[in-house]
Design a protein around this ligand. Structure first.
Ligand code: TNX
Length: 509
């Protein structure tokens, strides 16, 4: 009889080969507080329901969409009372802020609460990581689907944790950008900075200057066909990001990095002659013509159209590596252009050189150097600028991991996972107190990257490292702990089809 019960799959002890249960601590980025209750475990079964009403309902649907393919369970989402066997999402969380959440797991119920749908969405990312890695598969898997008991209370250290994708050097289409958005959202990244224009390509349709994309979007590094987003496609990206509780920050890089625009409209050049399109990877050779009035009509048209497509607060105007613009011209240009951003209702962001033009209080200065200081920064802080920290030798996802890495550049230095993790955005820059730090960004430049596989190999596992520096409290930054928790992410990426860099620094299972 006993043998029969086992064969019939009763409630006997787990069979050999049953995946090891998750630990409540195995979460990236590390939560603010974790209190395991070793005596309890929730099991997701074919009877599990999600309870979510009102504004919580879309997050509940999102969670159900993540859980159904691998479990094969129906997992209905409905309003109503929390009963046994339910995952309950509610907006009754107090003192959790705009992105915080509380997750309570016992034998019968998973309770996720927050003050905002965004907080619930962040909590859903934590819950995913507490289920076995096979939950990430898009095909039905055997289970069992357990969640360790206990309580997590969590909220971010910085309100800004962004990733940048360069779609100008190589173009990535809407589906590729959505794929990256989903990957970023898992690590609680809340802003996506899109580098939309550069010497090699202009990637966003501007209705008043159509040749920018017709001509300026027609190639890319290496001479491939390039591409661009129509305004409708761009809006699709913005809305998809919003559904992942992520805000898009568009960047139009000015006054340098503009060969694609200069090639599209001869009248934007000081000599009236349009240069050819450019498919190499040099920087610093192009500049809009600072002394021509048409330059400012052009820039204002672009800023107006981009602002109209942008529900988010920020608009990035580049400003980096303007090596063929004199300092005097650079200031002249920026002093006319920065106010245009405010005129169309947005807050300006620029690479740190634009601090030379003394942007107004509230404007964001993005540090991309490799030193832990810049003379422009203390002045910027004194003016009331917010500093976005993205040191090239720490947070740049395009830098090679080691000499032999086939993709990437190495001008800022080789960047292994421990290098990406081993610094503190709150205290990194001399003369910049933590209160002036808006947050942290992980930029991914695409001179050498052509496919989603390439993006993923460079971003994983360094993106989660930067995400943890931005989300988790400084006292939780600890390489031993991080590298162990990161290792547990590897099998999840395998189920998601992410081809990541298997750094020898990380104890992958
Ligand atoms: C510097 S960082 C650049 C980009 C390049 C990148 C390559 C910055 C603001 N500008 O134009 O793509 O290096 O790593």
């Amino acid at each position: 009889a006993l043998t029969g019960a086992l064969l019939l799959g009763g409630t006997a002890a787990p069979a050999l080969g049953t995946p090891q249960e998750q630990d409540l601590h195995d979460v990236v980025p590390a939560p603010e507080s974790v209190r395991p209750d070793p005596g309890s475990t929730f099991e997701l079964t074919r009877h599990t329901k999600i309870r979510a009403a009102g504004e919580a309902a879309p997050v509940g649907e999102h969670l159900a969409g993540l859980l159904r393919p691998s479990t094969g369970f129906p997992i209905p989402v409905s309003r109503g009372q929390v009963k046994d066997g339910a995952i309950a999402l509610s907006l009754d969380g107090r003192d959790l802020g705009p992105e915080g959440y509380r997750l309570d797991v016992d034998d019968d119920v998973v309770r996720l609460s927050a003050q905002t749908p965004t907080g619930l969405f962040r909590g859903v990312q934590t819950l995913r990581q507490l289920l076995p890695p096979a939950i990430e598969s898009r095909t039905e898997q055997p289970g069992p689907w357990t969640v360790p008991g206990g309580e997590i209370v969590d909220r971010p250290r910085f309100g800004h944790r962004s990733a940048m994708l360069d779609v100008a050097r190589h173009f990535f289409d809407v589906e590729q950008v959505k794929r990256y958005i989903d990957q970023l959202a898992q690590y609680k990244i809340n802003r996506l900075h899109l580098h939309l224009t550069d010497d090699q390509g202009w990637r966003l349709e501007i209705e008043s200057w159509p040749r920018l994309t017709e001509h300026g979007g027609s190639t890319e590094v290496g001479g491939g066909p390039g591409g661009f987003y129509t305004q409708a496609e761009y809006t699709e990206i913005v809305e998809y990001a919003a559904s992942r509780h992520m805000v898009v920050i568009p960047e139009i890089d000015l006054p340098g990095h503009t060969n694609a625009a200069l090639s599209s409209y001869a009248e934007l050049n000081c000599d009236g002659v349009a240069p050819p399109l450019y498919t190499g990877i040099e920087v610093g050779f192009s500049s809009l013509c600072v002394d021509k009035e048409i330059t400012y009509r052009f820039v204002e048209d672009v800023i107006r159209e981009v602002a109209a497509l942008t529900p988010g607060e920020y608009l990035h105007i580049g400003g980096d590596e303007a090596h063929s613009t004199t300092d005097e011209d650079y200031r002249k240009f920026m002093q006319r252009v920065v106010p245009m951003v405010a005129k169309y209702g947005k807050t300006a962001v620029g690479w740190h050189e634009y601090a030379k033009a003394a942007p107004p209080a509230g404007a964001v200065v993005q540090y991309w150097g490799t030193e832990n200081a810049d003379p422009l920064l203390p002045e910027a802080v004194a003016r009331g600028n917010r500093i976005l920290v993205s040191p090239a030798n720490k947070s740049y996802l395009d830098q090679k991991y080691h000499e032999g890495t086939e993709l990437g550049l190495q001008w800022a230095g080789l960047t292994e996972v421990a290098d990406a993790y081993g610094w503190d955005p709150g205290s990194y820059l001399r003369g910049v107190p933590e209160e002036a730090v808006l947050g942290v960004e992980a930029p991914l430049w695409s001179e050498t990257l052509e496919t989603s596989d390439h993006i993923e190999f460079m971003a994983f596992p360094r993106l989660p490292a930067i995400a943890e520096l931005g989300w988790s409290q400084a006292e939780h930054h600890d390489w031993e702990s991080f590298s162990r928790r990161l290792a547990a992410q590897g099998p999840r990426w395998e189920h998601q089809g992410i081809d990541f860099y298997r750094s020898e620094q990380v104890p992958w299972p």
